[in-house]
Structures are given as structure tokens and as C-alpha cells.
Design a protein around this ligand. Structure first.
Ligand SMILES: *Cc1c(COP(=O)(O)O)cnc(C)c1O
Length: 430
């Protein structure tokens, strides 16, 4: 048990008041189950935390790559958050739900001309520009339309966020953004400020993922405010907006100790205000971009166990009817997860097993050496904290149809993403 929305009744696991064993029966497996009430509550927590620090002078953007579908954009719109999108596909989906374009921030390190055109036609609030080629392309396309695109530049602040290399994005050896250390960021801001199709509004940084301490954010604030002050002093550029990105950690296993948004931002925003005071800078508008921390904990994936294979003195493989196709995170990062047998939820986790997927790939695992109850074919297995970067990273490898997603609210469930059919699989085959 990792979160308070999980309960056990009659040996069955309940999520947000819904019996997961019944959900598996009703919708089939694999199945993504998301606790809608918990997502909404988390959105409100982040909103309150920013409001308590800077009032109306801030905005929470949901980093929608974590979990993106129409129902999610609808939910986020209803909760009054903005979003960040990183592709034409995410942008298109959001616009299908009439997401207010001024609250959309368009990210990505290699936006295509078509995507930029689409974003300009919708009138998105900000382009988070990543590099000089994109800057010139955006300028050209904006001028052609007779508009000025509002931009925030993606800066590499050079902060080590004490996290895995593969998800560390703030240091100099990164494909994202422009570096501060070597003057690249300064030069490009100077260039940007002189372009007719560009209005420089902000600066942006995103220092990594699964961050559990405030220090890396203090570091990012210091570096970014110093940079903003230098731009004002030396180039008279008025930066009014500071985007601190996402990366707020969540609990995948009992070892993870996340900081609640209220505590995180009371500290980070106090630090920001002090730093601005010292530097003589007005406090900028503050944006944050939580992705994982909005949705991960609210999600559980349900599978059906197909086989239990014990290799004497080696390990026991429990195989389920999904795997890297619905959750590639172990294959990508050796991410760790916690699981339970949903129909034996009160039994002790006396076994140590390796949870295997169904794909033709030895690396297709959900996790190694995980504690679990004794289990057998036909059991329903639940993997926790799968709400982020699971569905959004899903694939059709081995022509496995993507799983359905249901939202539960007040104990009731509804499908928000239909399960793919074999017909869906061949739809674009000619
Ligand atoms: C991925 C990403 C986020 C969200 O990161 P989380 O770890 O999911 O909070 C926010 N901003 C940018 C620019 C990103 O690339």
C-alpha cells in the first residue's frame, strides 16, 4: 500500500472506492485505472501551493506528455491549470477539447515547421524555444502571419539534480536548451530580442525528473534570476516570466519520499523572493510544469497472470498479459515498481518474483526481485504508480493492441480510452 486511496476489502484491492478485481472483469486486462478524484485533488494542491506563494502571479502547467488524452485535457481545463505540450499531436488533442490556447506552452527540442504553423494558427500562449534554428524558423513564420510569437527560452542552468543520467536534463551535456556557462544563452537572447516576429517574455529551465529535495530548485532559481538580472542590465531585456519546469518526485516504492507541493513551493518561492530582493529584480511570474506528480500516483495497471515459472535457485518469473507495450519504463530506465495480487490483497507478500511481460524480448520486464503474494494463473495483478509515462509511452510492439483506460470517481468507473482492436492495429496498413 502506497497511497491513501488504496484500500482492501474481502481480500480485494480497491482504488478510489472501486474494486479492481471487478474492474478487470468488466473491462478486461491489461487495464489502466486512474483515480480521477485523486488527480483533481493533486491539481488543486499544486494550484494552492503556487497561489500561496505568489498569488495570481503564477500558473501551474500540467506537463501533458505524462498522460495525454481528451479526458485528461478536459479535466485539466476544468481545474483551471495550463498545459505544456511537446508535439502537434498533443496540441491537436488539447485543442479538440477547446483548451484555452493562451494557457498552452509549446515545448520540444525539434519542433517541425508544420507543428509551429499549427501552434501559430491556434494562437498558443508561449513557444518554449529550444535552439537558434527554431528561433529563426518561428520568427520567419510569425512575420509571414503578421504576428509576434511570445517566447520563453529553454536554458540549461547546469544544475545536477542528483538523479539518473537518462532523466537528467539540466546539465550542459543535454540535447535540450542552450547553455549558460559558455555564453550561448546570453548571445541567443540578444539575437531573439532583435527579431521582429519574436517577443521575449520568459526563460525556462527543467532540471530533471524524480527530484526529492528542494536544493536543486534553489540552485536553479539562483542561476536563472542572476541570468534575468544580467539580461536587464546589459541588454535591457525585460524578462517577466520564470518557468521552473517539472520533475517533482513521486512514490514508486516505499524508499521514495516525495515532498508535498505545499512544502516544496513555500520553500522554493520564498527562496525566489529573497533572491529577487537581493538582486533588485521584480519577482517574475512563476510557472511550474508538474507532469508525473499530477498523474503517476493516481494510476494502477491491472493484468491477468498467465504463468508462474520457477527456475530452481535462479528466479521465479510471473508473466502477465501486458508488459513493455503498456509500461516501457523498466526497459528504458530499470524503473522500480510496487505490485500486489489484487484478488489476494490481504495475504502476505512472502515471495520474491520477477514480473515479466508478454513480448518477445528478454528485457520485457515490469520489475526484478519484487515482493509479491503467492500467485497463480488467472490472478489479477496490480502494479502501482503507473499513471505517468505508461499509456503515453505505450506501443504496438508485437502488434499488441493498446490497453483501455478507465477513470474512477466516487467508486464509479467510466472508460476514457477504449481498448484498441485488431482492426485498429491494421487501420493504416496499405
Ligand atoms: C518532462 C517535462 C516536464 C515534466 O516532468 P515530470 O518529471 O513529469 O514532472 C516538465 N517540463 C518539461 C520541459 C519537460 O520536458
Amino acid at each position: 500500500m502506497l497511497y491513501p486511496n488504496q484500500t482492501i476489502k474481502d481480500n480485494c484491492l480497491y482504488i478510489g472506492g472501486a474494486n479492481t478485481v471487478e474492474l478487470a472483469k468488466e473491462y478486461g486486462t491489461p487495464l489502466y485505472v486512474m483515480d480521477e478524484d485523486m488527480i483533481r485533488e493533486t491539481c488543486r494542491e499544486f494550484k494552492r501551493a503556487i497561489y500561496d506563494g505568489v498569488g495570481e502571479n503564477g500558473l501551474v502547467l500540467y506537463a501533458s506528455k505524462a498522460f495525454s488524452c481528451r479526458a485528461m485535457y478536459r479535466l485539466v481545463r476544468e481545474e483551471g491549470l495550463g498545459i505544456d505540450v511537446v508535439s502537434g499531436g498533443e496540441l491537436y488533442t488539447a485543442m479538440k477539447e477547446n483548451f484555452p490556447p493562451e494557457k498552452i506552452y509549446f515545448h520540444g527540442n525539434n519542433k517541425t515547421a508544420d507543428e509551429i504553423e499549427l501552434a501559430l494558427s491556434y494562437g498558443v500562449g508561449r513557444f518554449a524555444v529550444d535552439n537558434k534554428e527554431e528561433l529563426f524558423l518561428l520568427n520567419e513564420l510569425s512575420v509571414k502571419r503578421g504576428v509576434r510569437a511570445k517566447i520563453s527560452f529553454r536554458i540549461k542552468p547546469g544544475i545536477d539534480a542528483h538523479t539518473f543520467d537518462a532523466v537528467m536534463t539540466g546539465q550542459i551535456d543535454s540535447k535540450f536548451g542552450v547553455a549558460l556557462e559558455n555564453g550561448e544563452a546570453f548571445e541567443i537572447m540578444k539575437t531573439a530580442a532583435a527579431l521582429p516576429g519574436i517577443e521575449v517574455v520568459g526563460v525556462h529551465c527543467h532540471i530533471g525528473s524524480q527530484i526529492f529535495t528542494t536544493e536543486p530548485f534553489f540552485g536553479a532559481v539562483d542561476v536563472m534570476v542572476d541570468f534575468i538580472a544580467r539580461l536587464r542590465r546589459e541588454l535591457s531585456i525585460d524578462i517577466r516570466e520564470l518557468n521552473l519546469g517539472g520533475g517533482y518526485g513521486i512514490k514508486y516504492t516505499e524508499e521514495d519520499k516525495p515532498i508535498a507541493p505545499a512544502e516544496m513551493f513555500s520553500k522554493v518561492l520564498s527562496h525566489l523572493k529573497e533572491k529577487c530582493e537581493k538582486t533588485g529584480e521584480p519577482v517574475p511570474r512563476v510557472l511550474i510544469e508538474p507532469g508525473r506528480s499530477i498523474v503517476a500516483a493516481a494510476g494502477v495497471t491491472l493484468y491477468t497472470v498467465g504463468s508462474v515459472k520457477t527456475i530452481k535457485d535462479v528466479r521465479t518469473y510471473v508473466s502477465v498479459d501486458g508488459g513493455m507495450t503498456d509500461n516501457p519504463r523498466y526497459a528504458l530506465y530499470e524503473s522500480r515498481y510496487t505490485a500486489t495480487v489484487a484478488n489476494r490483497a490481504s495475504e502476505p507478500q512472502s515471495e520474491t518474483i520477477t514480473l515479466a511481460g508478454r513480448c518477445c524480448e528478454s528485457g520485457d520486464l515490469i520489475g526484478k526481485d519484487m515482493p509479491l503474494q503467492k500467485t497463480k494463473a488467472g490472478d489479477i495483478l496490480a502494479v502501482f504508480s503507473t499513471g505517468a509515462y505508461n499509456y503515453s509511452m505505450a506501443s504496438n510492439y508485437n502488434r499488441v493492441p493498446r490497453a483501455a483506460t478507465v477513470f474512477v470517481s466516487g467508486g464509479k468507473s467510466r472508460e476514457v480510452i477504449r481498448r484498441e482492436s485488431y482492426e485498429d492495429i491494421i487501420r493504416n496498413d496499405l
